[in-house]
Design a protein around this ligand. Structure first.
Ligand SMILES: [Zn+2]
Length: 249
């Protein structure tokens, strides 16, 4: 996972706090407000909202549209993981809430205010929170496929918690979440729930480039997510080969 609220305070209790309070700050930085824009993956069938086809050749996606698309992506993730859990004889409890925010500190995870320009899964409250303005900016810059990656990655952190997966290094946790996001998207494309438009795979590549760590950051550093290349590799391994490729077959 990303930054852990508890580990920012050094000291003997740090480990304990981490066990209780985890904010996976995943996507921060790296993306600027910017340019366009290609048609993205659209939910098909029951997942499609009435507005879901109204994409966006003009690059004027509104916050309201983004929130709608985001909740479509959440619905697809819930069904996806419910089915996967059922297939292995387990019951899946969907992530409790998805909370858009606009101001620093408006939403707290385990007593710490969340900063702007990020999206996180907070294990303390079992919710996903995202800075909606930052997300819409990324969405406009990278393209709307990015939304599915963003949600898929954060949702994967909630799944990791449910499965009790806790690696020693954040980079392992993060790269697995990238792989699981890839599997979520790839499997839904294969089943026909999502349709990728021309250019969407390039959007994923661009989005992953933008969220890669600085190449000088040591891989073992707390909060490391992986270089752009590592994140791209993990995502596409999941995308092409499903959860087997993420160690979750
Ligand atoms: Zn993450």
């Amino acid at each position: 996972m990303g930054e852990k609220a508890g580990r920012r305070r050094p000291g003997p209790l740090a480990g304990l706090l981490v066990a209780v309070v985890v904010a996976a700050g995943c996507m921060g930085g790296g993306l600027d407000q910017g340019e366009p824009e290609q048609p993205g993956p659209r939910p098909n069938g029951p997942a499609a909202s009435p507005g879901a086809d109204s994409t966006r050749a003009d690059g004027t996606t509104s916050v309201a549209e983004f929130k709608q698309d985001f909740s479509d992506a959440v619905g697809i993730a819930e069904r996806y993981w419910t089915d996967r859990f059922r297939a292995s004889g387990k019951q899946f409890q969907p992530i409790r809430r998805v909370v858009p925010y606009t101001r620093s500190g408006e939403v707290s995870c385990g007593g710490e205010g969340l900063p702007r320009n990020n999206a996180v899964y907070c294990s303390a409250g079992d919710f996903i929170a995202y800075d909606v303005n930052w997300s819409v900016g990324a969405f406009r810059q990278v393209g709307d496929a990015f939304l599915f990656y963003l949600l898929g990655h954060e949702y994967a952190h909630g799944v990791q918690v449910r499965l009790g997966i806790r690696y020693n290094f954040t980079i392992q946790q993060e790269l697995q979440a990238d792989c699981m996001a890839g599997a979520y998207i790839g499997d839904n494309v294969r089943s026909g729930t999502l349709t990728l438009a021309e250019g969407d795979l390039d959007e994923f590549r661009e989005g992953l480039l933008a969220v890669g760590d600085d190449p000088n950051q040591p891989w073992f550093a707390e909060g490391s997510h992986g270089t752009a290349e590592q994140r791209t590799d993990s995502f596409f391994r999941g995308y092409e080969n499903s959860l087997d490729a993420c160690g979750l077959g």
